[in-house]
Design a protein around this ligand. Structure first.
Ligand SMILES: *Cc1c(COP(=O)(O)O)cnc(C)c1O
Length: 365
């Protein structure tokens, strides 16, 4: 039995009739761009996240880009963010002409270390961009106070954290604006690319709404230069079916994590932190291990997928050499060398989890 990192076909199989019916209705209806499903999905996401506005866009990367631009972040400004994330976080900062300033992470949550953030604030700092990496909420309480003290905006990267909460409040409602991704493998995933900007700020929302549609609020009247970045009706119709089940999906991910932890707690590993700043929704189950290569090979030999998210922190990427020079961020670098992600998705069966754990136990014992 092969065990993949994620199997989106299992999720589709369980909701196939409803998804197929929705897709057929869109095709028959003929309104393929910014139609009734996008409208309804935006309202449903805004209600779920607990914000006034949700704006569907073409991808998570675009959501971050448009959230930053909509919040007024631009050339000459610095945005403090994490180097231990997918590149899109920092690409978005570059797209608006601002400079990413990478600071080190907390070794247990893998998220921005608030003390490092505060130490990096300069006269040019305009925003903090925390990432709720792997579904673990960042320390928004501490980051929020720093932002308030220094007059900074907070733009959350929620690409991996749909449904994660802090004190009952959803990630995506804890800063000025946030970007979500509906890439197929994300906790709420479509059958293609898609994304969403959430915000409570009316002006930011109006700006992002214009940006996603060629800078226009009224057709063929353009107030600014914008983009073609719209969520499409087919994706929205599929995502609505899944949004109705997102809490069940995230409970499934937490069940997988709990079972891994039960099996692996006594081994020489550092397991993902439970009891961090909020409720972890395990987009990834990422542990730290000293001899990663041996473990990954043993898993591969047993037909079990594993992955390294992420092997090179952003401050060590060629793409950011111009802004980083030889910047050293030791926690991020050590984490990149020791991290290993195991299969996790809501439909992963107990027997499969047990099999993964058995290979790990046999290898490390
Ligand atoms: C997936 C992801 C993105 C980008 O989302 P896309 O929909 O693939 O453009 C941004 N940030 C993080 C942390 C991600 O995991």
């Amino acid at each position: 039995m092969r065990i993949p990192m994620v199997d989106v076909k299992r999720q589709y199989a369980a909701i196939r009739e409803e998804v197929d019916r929705g897709v057929a209705e869109v095709l028959a209806d003929g309104r393929y761009i910014l139609g009734p499903n996008v409208n309804a999905f935006e309202t449903e996401v805004a209600d779920y996240i607990g914000v006034r506005h949700a704006i569907g866009v073409a991808s998570g990367t675009d959501a971050l880009h448009l959230a930053l631009e909509g919040a007024g972040i631009g050339p000459g400004m610095e945005v403090i963010t994490s180097p231990f994330t997918f590149i899109a976080t920092a690409e978005a900062i570059r797209y608006v002409g601002a400079t990413p300033v990478f600071v080190d992470i907390d070794p247990r949550t893998f998220n921005l270390d608030p003390e490092q953030v505060e130490a990096a604030v300069t006269g040019r700092t305009a925003a903090i961009m925390p990432v709720h990496l792997f579904g673990q909420p960042a320390d928004m309480g501490a980051l929020g106070s720093i932002a308030e003290r220094h007059g900074l905006k907070v733009i959350e990267d929620c690409a991996q954290s749909f449904g994660a909460t802090i004190d009952g409040r959803q990630t995506g409602s804890l800063g000025l604006a946030a970007g979500f991704s509906f890439f197929p493998s994300k906790n709420l995933g479509g059958a293609g690319d898609g994304g969403m900007v959430t915000t409570d700020d009316d002006a930011v929302a109006e700006h992002v709404r214009q940006l996603r549609n060629h800078g226009s609020a009224r057709r063929y009247y353009h107030d600014r230069i914008g983009y073609n970045s719209r969520l499409d009706e087919l994706q929205a119709s599929i995502l609505r079916v899944k949004l109705a089940r997102i809490d069940t999906y995230n409970r499934g991910r937490r069940r997988v994590a709990r079972r891994y932890a039960d099996h692996l707690a006594d081994l020489p590993l550092e397991l993902p932190l439970e009891g961090g700043p909020g409720v972890h929704v395990y987009h990834q189950y990422t542990l730290l291990v000293d001899d990663r290569e041996t473990l990954q090979q043993a898993l591969a030999d047993a037909g079990i997928a594993s992955a390294i998210y992420y092997p090179v922190p952003l401050h060590r990427q060629k793409a950011f050499a111009d802004v980083c020079g030889d910047l050293a961020l030791p926690v991020s670098e050590q984490t990149a060398e020791r991290c290993l992600s195991l299969p996790v998705f809501p439909e992963l069966e107990d027997a499969e989890i047990d099999q993964v754990a058995e290979v790990i136990r046999d290898t490390l014992r």
